[in-house]
Design a protein around this ligand. Sequence first.
Ligand SMILES: Nc1nc2c(ncn2[C@@H]2O[C@H](COP(=O)(O)OP(=O)(O)OP(=O)(O)O)[C@@H](O)[C@H]2O)c(=O)[nH]1
Length: 898
Amino acid sequence: MRPGSPSDTPIPWQRYLQALLVFLLASLASLSLLYLHQQQRQAETDQALRQQLRQAVQRFEEEVQQAQSGNAELRRLLARGAEQAELEQLAAQLLTRHPPIVSISTTRKLRVNFIYPLQGNEALLGLDYSVNPEQMSGVERAIAQRDTVLVGPIRLVQSLNLGIVNRTPVFADEGNGELLGLVSIALSLQDTLQRAGLLDLPAGVRLALRGVDGQGEHGQIFHGEASLFRQARLLLNIHLPGGQWQLAADWPQQGLTASRESRLLLACGQLLALVVALLWFHRRRPRSRTVFSSRPLPLRQLLLGALLLTLLPIIAIGGWLAYEHAQRAAEQISRQLADSISERTQDQLQRFFEAPRSVLALNVEQASVDLLDTQQPDALLQRLLLQLRQHPLLTFVSVGLADGQYYAGSRPPMGPDRGLRMLHARPAEQMQMQIHRVDAANRKGSLVSTGAHFDARQRPWFKAARHNGSMAWYEVYAYAIHDQEQAYATLGIGMSAPLHDSQGRFLGVATADIALPQLSGFLAELSEGTQALVFLLENDDQLLATSSTDALYRRQGEQVERLTSQTSDNPLIRAAGQALRDSGDSEGSLHLQIDGQTYHLDWRPYVLAKGPRLTQVVLLPDSQFASAMQALLHNTLYLGLAVLALGLLIALFVSDWVARPLVALNHWAAQLAAGQWQASPPQRSPVREVSDLARSLDQMARQLQQNTEQLEQRVAQRTAELQQANLQLAELSRTDALTGLGNRRHFDEILADEWARAARSGQQLALLMLDVDHFKLYNDHLGHQAGDQCLKTIASVLQSCARRAGDHVARYGGEEFAVIAADCDLARARQLGETILSVLATLGLPHPHSPLGRVSLSIGVAVRAASNQGSAGELIEQADAALYRAKQNGRNRVESDA
Ligand SMILES: Nc1nc2c(ncn2[C@@H]2O[C@H](COP(=O)(O)OP(=O)(O)OP(=O)(O)O)[C@@H](O)[C@H]2O)c(=O)[nH]1
């Protein structure tokens, strides 16, 4: 590389700084993208894990239900007093069908009298639950609920491993008689969890379970850490016979370098940032030369530009990251809130729907022991009203007798007066429906209205109970009770069960009923303060209840048309229903855009035992978090703009502060350049670099001034020397080196000058041409050195003779001389020639080969009066001619014009 080429110039530190800045920005951008990518992945992972856990919980519930169906089969066998062999056969089948079952046992009363398989379970045979408190609590629960309950987890007597037990009480007389015994199917907890997939979860997922003996969130923790229930990402209820468990799951947030893919992306991002920085570094070098040298930017623009370039991306990226983060946080919060609302709703619904079941179960049981006397209508009504007061959510608790009579306690679901009512349709009033108010002591009050003829046997709930033969939910129907206040002009759903006395005689049908507005009101209460829309759909998409005030049905005359999620007036319900249909899943959660608003949608099935399958939907707007998010975004932007404005002000101030002394310096430098050395330097700048520059410039100016003055002196001296040399040179150029006389050039100049002067003055000008005689012979015989010496001697003779002012002696060339004599006539000129010959003769320079034996001269003289017509050349010709004659005439003589 050539020294001093552009590549050799040092790279300013600013370029390294720029490259570093570019690297940092590119690195920040790549990190932001990676962060977003990771957040997306995290959201997907969260969603997938939630889905996986929900499905696992569902499988667990199914596993338990599957075992529960075995309980039902065994109960039938036991109720009809089957032989041991039959029990063994069924037990063997159940064990084969469902591997997690570890034992199947039955009791007579409370003592275990059958166990399968016997091997390994011998310890259980003969066990009396009544003396075994650990077992007895579960047994009591099953008897009290008259249905299967899940007990545990408990340590199984036979294996001491943790197990769960489905216990089913068996009563005589189709469930109405005394306790015959219990059917128990024990499952290995480990195997059941394993089969459900709850033990086979991705790495990092932590689980905890609580709710021993179905006590849900109030029950003991039996798996995992208690802390999980405070920080869980997911809380799920596990619905089990007679109760529920609660599952908490948590998993770690993925870091930026959690996966290999993320690490690879991170490395690629950083590498890319490095490449971008390097490209920038190399691209800037030539550009900086052309741009900055040809079109330099003002310092102020440069500083403002640099500041904008630095701050704007930082503010933009910072604001964007803050917004993204807030948005994700809002999404997560809304998801968690929707999750928790869903869970709470599911729990509360369970309690809600438990009310009709428990009231009905009590009435059925009471009837079976002849405690429900249908012959005493007043007492019956009192009982029904009492039950209604105990369950504030119920609309009707009623009994329809076998002959069509109807007795009910009721809470009007509509209208201004919600006080309890007593309803009856009995023969005394020709089966006309009588509706009376009821006072606080359940005494009959004023008549509200008298309705039309009413036959309980025609009502859907009555028919359903007769058809099912047992307690079951009946379909939604329109109330056939009309009063003046239209308090019952709505739809209801409930459970009904046939009533039998201790003799097994059919007494009628009992119902417990909930009006749909009450169910909706219940949902509204549940979702109060959350902005969530909660609604229940039946499997055929019909709306059962909604927390909003939207209609659930339309009346067209007597016809009632129920609304579905597609025909609802509420666009949110329509959009959510559409999302559910698009998804096709029985449960899930997703984000949904409705009219530009984001909502979190969570839906899950809700199964009513012996009733319809419902879907519980929760729709929660993100808007409640959006305002906080927007406030955060605005704050970030305002803060960013404030920082930017402040930065710009500082940049303006700094640029002015730095630029002003620089401008003054520039002005001063221009004055110095114009030679104004006395110009005063600008004031000291507070900026060190500028101050240093001013000092350097001052030193440079002083040095320059000194140098200039020295140079001027030297130039003047050199010029004088040169003039002197030139004069000497001019002198030399006119002098003959041998003789010291003027040379031919000098002769010509003098002759021209004298000729001009003579012409001006009108004087005569004489010219003598002198030539050494036989000089060749002189040289030939005496040598050239001697010849030279001879010529010098002749020159001194000539100079000594022509001493008058205006006489000029010159060597005309070779051995020929000339004498110019101004203001000289012929006589005088001839006289001068003669004098010269005479002096030379006197000298007697020896010349062996001259006839005279000495050196002599021949002289031609010409004299003319100079005029403008003639020329000096003519004078020379004249003198030459005279010289020629002198040679011709014998030499050593003077000849002239005639
Ligand atoms: N030593 C010496 N000889 C010179 C110089 N200049 C001319 N000469 C000689 O002068 C001689 C002149 O010779 P010619 O012109 O033949 O004339 P001459 O021999 O003098 O004869 P005439 O003039 O007829 O008397 C030559 O031999 C030249 O070499 C000089 O500077 N030094």
